[in-house]
Design a protein around this ligand. Structure first.
Ligand SMILES: *Cc1c(COP(=O)(O)O)cnc(C)c1O
Ligand SMILES: [Zn+2]
Length: 413
């Protein structure tokens, strides 16, 4: 191959060039991107990476974009933060947060996958792009398509959070609300992609999209001083992120950019939609699709496209999965905010609640380095908290009323 990457069948290893083929002609396995690692190794050293701007494109030789792709959007390179207070609450002495609630431009980890998918879309000459989304993907496609001058068609389940609908429509994207759940939206998008020459980021561009998730792994390793952590806890929807984080760590080891070290991958899902976590907990290798019933819309995928990959990376790494009820999700969001000052979305509540159980059960050891992936911003899912927090008393603008209030509260304590 002349470029550094191509699509390859992970099952029969048949090469398929770089295009928008989804499945292997020979065995119908979904294709993945493979790299010419010896050549990448020559071009991408630690010092080359460190000399580049702080965004996902510093790892460009390990992303499926042409060498001349315009990659000017400063997506990613979000903070990796120590979380000592949350760690004390959960029983971890070395807890870190990968904070994609601050990802540019739309405050979720989906900005990473969309940046890569749209770079691929442009290289294939698509002028119309789209997605099936549970919310964050809609925001990211709409924003980045606007910036790149692409037309965007966004299909979502009708009952999405108002903030996520607004934060899609504002970019001038063509938003379509479908009376059905995400899996029905996704099937409709697959049919549209067959009829129209449109690039759907998570359908016919899915192999490229999924690769964007690896940048979380690259950044974690670099931010730890070119070291791998012991454990990573990742919220799962379609299962692309957790499986590609594992792929990212493997590629860094293969390139000699980090020393080999076992990283256990743990997945977290909402109890009301946990097809991957349930299969992992029951030791099954088949995913049984579910009808989502959870306030965590961003993870509400009942028939996950990368579910079997997610299962495999959890099993092979010695990790496992946990789920969280709606009440536990809210508690997780509040705990994260109160201890570390980070307002993550419902998916962050799932991750914190899942990590709490894994630590309590001793499946994650307290002294190990554990990274929790905070994948989206709480300002987009405020509805989940509506009616659950006191918004405070009201007073007239008089000092006497304020002092009375102080006294009342002192008595109450
Ligand atoms: C999409 C999404 C995920 C999960 O991503 P998958 O790759 O589909 O498993 C996690 N968190 C948030 C906030 C998301 O929007
Ligand atoms: Zn094959």
């Amino acid at each position: 191959m002349s470029s550094l990457f191509q699509l390859e069948c992970p099952s029969c290893r048949h090469a398929h060039g770089d295009g928008t083929t989804i499945f292997c002609d020979d065995c119908f396995t979904p294709l993945e991107v493979a790299y010419d690692l010896p050549r990448v190794r020559e071009e991408m050293t630690r010092s080359v990476i460190e000399s580049r701007p702080l965004d996902i494109w510093r790892y460009r030789e390990l992303l499926p974009v042409p060498a001349d792709a315009q990659t000017e959007l400063p997506v990613g390179f979000t903070p990796l933060l120590a979380a000592p207070s949350l760690g004390r609450q959960l029983g971890s002495q070395h807890l870190l947060l990968k904070n994609d609630s601050a990802c540019f431009p739309t405050l979720s980890f989906k900005d990473r996958v969309v940046a890569v998918a749209l770079a691929a879309a442009r290289s294939f000459g698509f002028t119309v792009v789209g997605c099936a989304s549970t919310g964050n993907l809609a925001n990211a496609v709409a924003a980045q398509a606007a910036r790149l001058g692409l037309e965007a068609w966004i299909l979502v389940p009708r009952d999405l959070e108002p903030a996520k609908l607004l934060a899609t429509a504002v970019y001038g994207a063509k938003l379509v609300r479908v009376e059905g759940n995400y899996d029905q939206v996704n099937r409709l998008c697959a049919e549209i992609a067959e009829r129209h020459r449109w690039g759907f980021v998570n359908v016919n561009l899915r192999a490229y999209y999924a690769e964007g998730s690896k940048t979380v792994a690259f950044e974690i390793a670099e931010q730890l001083g070119w070291r791998l952590p012991d454990n990573v806890v990742v919220p799962m929807a379609g299962g692309a992120q957790i499986s590609r984080i594992a792929k990212g760590f493997r590629e860094l080891v293969a390139l000699g950019l980090v020393a080999d070290h076992p990283v256990r991958l743990f997945g977290a899902q909402a109890a009301g939609c946990s097809p991957i976590a349930a299969a992992a907990q029951q030791g099954r290798s088949e995913i049984v699709p579910e009808q989502p019933r959870t306030l965590c819309h961003s993870l509400a995928i009942g028939d996950p496209a990368d579910g079997y990959r997610a299962l495999r990376v959890m099993r092979d790494s010695g990790g496992s999965a946990e789920s969280a009820t709606d009440d536990e999700i809210i508690q997780g969001m509040r705990l994260l905010a109160e201890t570390e000052g980070i307002f993550g979305e419902t998916a962050a509540g799932v991750t914190v609640a899942g990590a709490a159980k894994l630590l309590a059960q001793g499946r994650i050891a307290p002294q190990q380095t554990t990274v929790l992936c905070v994948t989206g911003n709480g300002l987009k899912t405020t509805d989940a908290l509506a009616g659950r927090l006191s918004l405070g008393p009201t007073v007239r603008p008089r000092i006497a009323e304020f002092e009375a209030l102080l006294e009342e509260q002192a008595v109450a304590v």
